[in-house]
Design a binder for this molecule. Sequence first.
Ligand code: PEP
Length: 256
Amino acid sequence: MRRKLVVGNWKMNGSRQTVLELLGTIGARSKAAGCEVAICPPFVYLDLCNLVLSATDIALGAQDMSEHASGARTGEVSATMLTDFRCRYVLLGHSERRTSHGESDETVARKTLQAIEAGLSPIVCVGETWEERQAGRTYDVLARQIHVVADALNSSGQLMSLTVAYEPVWAIGSGVTATASVAQDAHAFIRQCLARHSATASQRVRILYGGSMKPDNAAELLAMPDIDGGLIGGASLNASQFLSIIDAAVRLEAVQ
Ligand code: PEP
């Protein structure tokens, strides 16, 4: 059975003060979580988050990393540096990085391999734009994004260490959420793509939904058979909203 995973992506938000406030509230509830919870703060707050979260069950993740192991790469952060801060997860291929930083599928694939080899669990983000959906190309885009990453890995064991986040680009930060059935169809399709590489891995890999997940739509989305959790942007910056989404995941874990 795949345990639900709820991940907060704080993006480029926060300050020392707001980080401490958010973690104070979220961390206090972590023991009752019942599902897995992770937060991905900006790099500069990883140390602070690591210190605060070490007393809780909440895992830590980064929002990106370099595709290179070390060297003359000004401004970059390597996978092994992230493990120094006890990061378990790293987001890779978020649409904001694909769009604003020109990250290709191949870049995302190289980063994924680098992350796995350093012992991190990559959360690989995939998803179509509105134009691609309107043109009937959603499944082509998802298949390409998944296969390029899976082809770069060396074994089904490596594939199993992946988490995928289906994030339709049109739903991110827009307040428009994919309906539960649209999201479920995409998740089931992603699982079929993974099965072409390894049937076992396809059943183990968690596929998170991301894109304006909020307390009022989380339960319906998370109840879908192929939706194994959420990647939460805006709502993860509000402790009570984030905790409500976690509660929805916990309730579903309890009935499964
Ligand atoms: C995201 O950017 O990963 C995301 C899901 O954002 P939001 O929840 O704000 O749509």
